[in-house]
Design a binder for this molecule. Sequence first.
Ligand SMILES: C[S@@+](CC[C@H](N)C(=O)[O-])C[C@H]1O[C@@H](n2cnc3c(N)ncnc32)[C@H](O)[C@@H]1O
Length: 146
Amino acid sequence: MGKNPSDIWDIVVEQWNEEVWEIPQVKAAHPEKTEHPAQYPIELVERCVLALTNEDDWILDPYCGVGSSLIAGLKHDRKVIGCDKEARYIEIAKSRMKAFYNGNLPMRPIERELYKPQGKVSKVPDEWKVRGFEHIYGDVSGIDIR
Ligand SMILES: C[S@@+](CC[C@H](N)C(=O)[O-])C[C@H]1O[C@@H](n2cnc3c(N)ncnc32)[C@H](O)[C@@H]1O
């Protein structure tokens, strides 16, 4: 439409005003998941990179794991240094950075809304539903607990 794309993400501005960042953890179904058990979402570090640093600044992560902070920095033209005591995490960090430069690193986009499941995702077992706890479990009438 003849307009340059914006470099301001509405969702980030909205969440900044609400003072709450809604970012899913890196679990099994997350596109960024590697074997690291405590991996950060790139998007989390990305917001700090944008808020606290400028283009060409250096970012040092002395506990970089599989390199999420490094990728967040590279995404925004920062220079990055990382170290980790586990050589295998460094290898994964290096291959993620290569994939980033090749344009094929899976990343959750910063502007994607949090997935809100429709309906109930879990069910309270009937044996937990006892009178006196309706405020937690809802209507318990009709449940026969012996
Ligand atoms: C919470 S994880 C960081 C995960 C990282 N942000 C990511 O997204 O992959 C902490 C990391 O610190 C590393 N670590 C712990 N003690 C360390 C030390 N003394 N020197 C360097 N790395 C260390 C661990 O191996 C682990 O990968």
